[in-house]
Design a protein around this ligand. Sequence first.
Ligand SMILES: CCCCCCCC/C=C\CCCCCCCC(=O)N[C@@H](COP(=O)(O)O)[C@H](O)/C=C/CCCCCCCCCCCCC
Length: 214
Amino acid sequence: MDDLETEFNLKVVLVSFKQCLTEEGEILLDHYITSWKGLVRFLNSLGTIFSFISKDVVSKLQIMEHLRSSPQCDHYTSLQSMVAYEVGNNLVDIDRRSRNPKSGCRTVLRLHRALHWLQLFLESLRTSPEDARTSTLCSDAYNASLATYHSWIVRQAVTVAFCALPTRKVFLETMNVGSSDQAVEMLGEALPFIEHVYDISQKLYAEHSLLDLP
Ligand SMILES: CCCCCCCC/C=C\CCCCCCCC(=O)N[C@@H](COP(=O)(O)O)[C@H](O)/C=C/CCCCCCCCCCCCC
């Protein structure tokens, strides 16, 4: 394993969400995209059965990277500037997908909802007993967050994939931060960064009535 590999662990990824936030509470999109790329790397390490999920995340990250390198890139520096620009210029499809099927607002909304799943899942992993089933933890978190927004077929595929999840102990070790106890401790320290990013995004989207974008 090279140095980059040994340094790569879930703590680095979770703490990177801290870098998304400026002191003024702005969410910087470049860091947001980088944090998600780190999560995708973990997802890929869990096996090819999850590749339909990582492909979907990657396609959304590509949309955001495209916007960040477009002539309008300055408007896509932060989540707040993106919302102001797209809403102010009617670049968001509100009722049904039509003229702007790949707006930044609807794309980040999908990732934002997934962040809620991650928050719930990692918190339950942190607080559950040693013999807890990860598939149950994962599907409880999914049903309490993302499932509402997914079609029947996606929910079935996801349910099958959950069965391939490793045990809680292996999961915690996969995080690459030491023993299971150290991984649990790390989650306690790092999860608040994700929660902060989630809460600010949720408030912003609610203020602009963007939480149900098609
Ligand atoms: C040691 C490991 C620690 C945990 C690391 C977890 C890494 C998690 C990485 C990614 C999480 C999943 C992100 C899912 C994004 C889903 C976005 C979405 O909702 N897409 C749907 C809607 O998009 P549009 O069609 O409207 O454009 C899309 O239809 C869905 C497609 C694929 C299925 C997505 C299933 C999400 C399941 C979430 C649980 C993931 C389980 C991962 C196992 C740890």
